[in-house]
Design a protein. Structure first.
Length: 140
């Protein structure tokens, strides 16, 4: 299995509750390395651009409002099969369906306020990483 990268976002519900370190500890315990990280407060327009793929979904406006409601921490995670590994560590989108020990089971409040985002494919990971980071900012 190759070493690859994925984009992670620690969402406003988690930064508000001071959970960045606890979430990062889960990534590191699973063998994912944080090779880039920055805290920023997105505008609603920036959140909308990031989630443009969901523009037709009924929850799009709520999602963009939430993602602009407080600070987020954008990260690049690196490791063996990083996209799949991160999705395993995050757990299901809906915390009610997430496995024990996952980030969403432990920390998420609801399907919307679900503490973390992770890329769903290697193709999208490349697009999402480029949305937040330049090559110079990623130090493996
Ligand atoms: P994320 O992995 O960031 O990708 C898109 C997000 O949309 C998802 O996590 C959820 O937080 C959010 N989402 C998905 N379904 C719903 C829903 N039914 N209501 C509100 N938000 C949702």
């Amino acid at each position: 299995m190759a070493v690859t990268r994925t984009l992670s976002i620690i969402k406003p519900d988690a930064t508000k509750r001071n959970l960045t370190g606890a979430i990062n500890a889960k990534f590191e315990a699973a063998g994912l390395r944080i090779v880039a990280q920055k805290r920023l407060h997105l505008t609603k327009a920036q959140a909308g651009a990031f989630y443009a793929v969901h523009a037709e979904r009924p929850f799009y406006d709520e999602l963009c409002t939430f993602m602009a409601s407080g600070p987020v921490v954008a990260q690049v995670l690196e490791g063996e099969d990083a996209v799949a590994k991160n999705r395993e560590v995050m757990g299901a989108t809906n915390p009610a369906q997430a496995d024990e020990g996952t980030i969403r089971k432990e920390f998420a409040l609801s399907i919307g306020e679900n503490s973390v985002h992770g890329s769903d494919s290697e193709e999208n990971a490349a697009i999402e990483i480029a949305f937040f980071f330049s090559g110079l900012e990623i130090v493996g």
